[in-house]
Design a protein around this ligand. Structure first.
Ligand SMILES: Cc1cc2nc3c(=O)[nH]c(=O)nc-3n(C[C@H](O)[C@H](O)[C@H](O)COP(=O)(O)OP(=O)(O)OC[C@H]3O[C@@H](n4cnc5c(N)ncnc54)[C@H](O)[C@@H]3O)c2cc1C
Ligand SMILES: Cc1cc2nc3c(=O)[nH]c(=O)nc-3n(C[C@H](O)[C@H](O)[C@H](O)COP(=O)(O)O)c2cc1C
Length: 765
């Protein structure tokens, strides 16, 4: 490789130049920056401790110079309608953006590379280089010019924000919240240099419109919207110590979330904001940009400067980390965009929600940062629980929960998981051991897999059913075992497979779970739309079919009650029959059961009504929903709130919030706690209890979710497949002795503890 050109002299382009010159000294490097040396938009940038370490390792010289001018702080203040709370332990460093760029520029030049200011690259294809590093920021013209290669997506945020500076020194990170006649308005403020702070005002689109802030003209780049400044000063004047805000390109913006399906093509690679953005509320944009530079140069070095192999390797290694940060940023962004949802929560819960908003920071993290404030938050949560804690040291996960006449001994549930090994719909000794051992393992709720209300309502011939007496009797030993030997609440999930019915048992057909069985199988659905191209076309349901299926649900529910189950759940998720009525993508009927949501809900609600009549009033009725289809035109988070309200009006007590699996072209965004924001929204907007599910994988996750009020119960599926004793092990791991223990297994406790600490005594209780 002979020459690298960086388009854009922001943190991404400049740090690439530095690292490339260090690692590949024979390669010529040039940075083109359209602005002059001393011009930049924005004020300060914040770095977390972790980022600093990465920069220090990559180029200790740059780091030392930056560090010498850092402003450090560890406290964080939340001022809401005049009330102030403060927490500590949040290690951050801030720095003026202009100084960062100047230090990096000087270092680039010192290492023998060229930075050409005031040079706009109009046509990157004309550049003489073996590698073109596209680092031209969020509005990247190069990304747009090569859009067919990079396939970018730019999604504008739902809120409006404007970025200012101020000569008021906030001293520490400060969040300001004020309720105005137009709605809640917030500001994110942090100091970044002697006497100076960054000040970002943000508000919902509705509040922004109500306040009449839409400008009547377009502002030139660099210009400040005077009305934005005046409004921010009016709302937050009391917090600015008599100082004015300083404008610098300060105009109302909707934060654009940038992503791209491909980061490289030929000799071009997009990095930094040009490739991906992360909402400013997690302060990670500069970090991502500089870490991209580190990863890119590492890839070039490990591929001996061979661009063709280095670029794919760079994207492969870097993408998972970037997407994980973007997920956290998106969750944090959504929190601020929906602040109205949280505004009237008890103050400590509001603070905890705010601090854990990205779902990255957990209760355990906060406990390390600020033990006292965290204990206060947990105590406050405990004081609001209906049931008392068994012991003063009970972790939130082990705090019992009551719903109607049922007491859950803790907040963990075994999510329903199909086992595909029933015989003629009858559960077998496998089910007894499978469900029994998970109940012994301490979960507060054990859900039976989807149990079908009719033979053709089964997903596979191996699915259990509850349409005849033999099946009912086969369930009896399971119910008796769980109730006799454990404190677990036992839940039954009833469902009908609809168009996904009549499939072969997954492990008979490898990875593809939806291979139809040979022979006849009547698959019912609202509309004749197969699950995917080539799959069997289902029969659109007539009123007679609806009556039959409704009665089948009611009969299975009555059998569930006779068996003595504690909780009943109706499966209205994952594209099965009732779910396919709810989604507009699978229900295209033009009668009373299709069209608007209220029509699409009509048949599912008829089923709820019929079931509620036979299911005891004092026992909870749950419904599992797909809160989003993860597909354009499908069910969305807004619909999910409406769906939950309608279900509650018909006597449903708790919503089990899952997502997706409704259409094949879904585009879910997986990750830790990836479905929990939907549960949070339903719970807080409707006041209904919820269960969350989906990559809830640690005690800390459960503690954090319940204390923040994002769900009442946490369902854990796959981890329970390999560890039936998940909850008992959790009790040992956090040293909590208050959880009920099977006496037969008491001696296992110290054995497990000895795995962690060889000095543990062999016998203890
Ligand atoms: C309100 C707000 C607050 C933020 N706060 C923080 C924070 O606290 N911490 C943090 O880490 N990040 C923060 N960020 C994000 C951070 O500013 C960006 O993520 C970061 O600057 C990205 O670096 P970059 O090099 O990719 O792009 P940029 O910094 O945008 O640099 C791109 C450069 O390319 C130049 N350019 C563009 N087109 C051309 C062209 N055709 N020819 C030549 N040059 C060109 C531009 O002039 C610019 O200098 C914040 C962002 C916003 C909007
Ligand atoms: C083997 C298996 C079978 C499943 N069967 C069902 C089921 O019968 N009913 C249901 O609602 N969800 C079912 N699911 C989905 C899980 O209940 C759960 O929602 C999903 O696995 C996400 O949770 P996790 O990340 O903890 O695994 C199944 C999942 C697995 C892995």
């Amino acid at each position: 490789m002979r020459r690298i050109v960086c388009v854009g002299g922001g943190p991404a382009g400049l740090f690439t130049a530095i690292l490339a010159r260090k690692a590949l000294p024979d390669v010529e490097v040039t940075v083109f920056e359209r602005n002059p040396y001393d011009a930049t938009y924005g004020f300060g940038v914040v770095f977390s401790d972790e980022t600093l370490g990465n920069i220090a390792d990559a180029d200790p010289v740059s780091f030392e110079r930056i560090e010498a001018e850092f402003r450090y702080w560890s406290d964080l203040e939340i001022r809401k309608d005049g009330e102030v709370t403060r927490t500590t332990g949040h290690g951050f460093a801030a720095f003026p953006r202009l100084r960062l760029l100047q230090i990096l520029t000087d270092r680039v030049r010192e290492l023998g590379a060229e930075v050409r200011f005031s040079e706009n690259v109009a046509d990157p294809t004309s550049l003489d280089a073996d590698l073109v590093v596209v680092a031209d920021g969020v509005n990247s013209a190069t990304r747009r010019a090569l859009a067919d290669r990079f396939v970018p997506h730019v999604v504008p945020g739902a809120a409006r924000y404007a970025w200012f500076g101020t000569e008021h020194d906030f001293g520490i990170f400060t969040f300001l919240f004020e309720r105005t006649p137009y709605g809640v308005v917030q500001a994110h403020c942090y100091p970044y240099a002697g006497g100076l702070s960054t000040f970002i005002i943000e508000m919902s689109e509705a509040a922004w419109q109500a306040a009449g802030l839409e400008p009547d003209r377009t502002f030139a780049p660099g210009e400040t919207d005077p009305a934005a400044k005046a409004f921010a000063e009016k709302v937050f004047g009391d917090h600015l110590g008599g100082r004015e805000l300083i404008g610098n390109n300060s105009q109302w913006i909707r934060f654009p979330e940038v992503s791209a399906e491909r980061w490289w093509w030929d000799r071009y690679v997009i990095i930094g904001d040009a490739a991906h953005t992360a909402h400013f509320s997690i302060g990670s944009g500069t970090k991502l940009a500089m870490e991209d530079a580190i990863a890119l140069v590492d890839a070039l070095v490990s591929h001996d400067g061979d661009v063709a192999s280095a670029l794919p390797a760079y994207e492969r290694d870097r993408r998972p980390q970037v997407e994980s940060t973007q997920r956290a940023a998106r969750t944090s962004q959504a929190w601020f965009e929906s602040v109205d949802r949280y505004y009237d929560l008890p103050r400590k819960q509001f603070d905890f929600q705010l601090l854990t908003r990205s779902q990255r920071i957990t209760l355990a993290n906060l406990r390390i940062r600020d033990p006292q404030s965290t204990e206060d938050i947990v105590d406050d949560w405990r004081s609001r629980q209906e049931l008392p804690a068994p012991r003063p040291d009970t972790p939130p996960m082990f705090h019992p929960y009551r719903l109607k006449g049922v007491t859950f001994p803790n907040r963990v549930g075994v999510s329903p998981m199909a086992q595909y090994c029933a015989v003629d719909g009858k559960p077998t000794d496998w089910h007894l051991v499978h469900l029994g051992s998970r109940a012994v393992g301490g979960a507060g709720l054990v859900m039976v897999e989807m149990t079908c209300v009719s033979p053709e309502g089964r997903i596979t011939p191996g699915c259990p059913g509850l349409w005849n007496d033999e099946q009912q009797e086969a369930f009896r030993p399971i119910v008796e075992f769980v109730h006799r030997h454990t404190q677990a609440v036992l839940g039954m999930q009833l469902g009908h497979s609809g168009r996904k019915g009549g499939m072969r048992v997954p492990w008979e057909v490898g990875d593809d779970e939806l291979v139809p069985v040979d022979g006849e199988w009547e698959r019912l659905a609202p509309s004749p739309i197969p699950f995917r191209k080539g799959a069997p076309v289902p029969t659109p349901m007539t009123r007679r079919h609806m009556d039959e299926v409704r009665d089948q649900f009611a009969e299975a529910a009555a059998r569930t009650a006779t068996l003595g189950f504690d909780l009943l759940e109706l499966h209205m998720a994952h594209g099965y029959l009732l779910s396919s009525f709810i989604s507009p993508l699978t229900n295209q009927r033009d009668d009373d059961y299709g069209g608007r949501l209220v029509n699409r809900m009509r048949f599912p609600l008829e089923v709820v009504d019929a079931v509620r009549e036979v299911w005891p009033q004092n026992l909870p009725l749950s419904v599992r929903i797909s809160a989003t289809d993860w597909a354009a035109g499908g069910t969305s988070g807004d619909d999910a709130v409406e769906i939950a309200r309608m279900l509650a009006d018909h006597g449903v007590d708790i919503i089990d919030v899952s997502t997706g699996q409704v259409v094949e072209h879904q585009q879910p965004r997986y990750g830790r706690l990836w479905q929990t924001p939907f549960s949070d929204r339903i719970r807080l907007e409707t006041g209904l209890p919820t269960m969350t599910v989906g990559a809830v994988s640690s005690i800390d996750d459960v503690d954090t979710v319940v204390v923040a009020g994002r769900a009442d119960l946490c369902l854990i599926a796959r981890p329970h497949l390999v560890d039936p004793y998940w909850t008992l092990n959790a009790a040992i791991d956090v040293g909590y002795a208050g959880h009920p223990w099977p006496p037969q297994y008491l001696r296992g406790k110290p054995a497990r503890r000895r795995e962690q600490d060889p000095n543990q005594r062999l016998i203890d209780r």
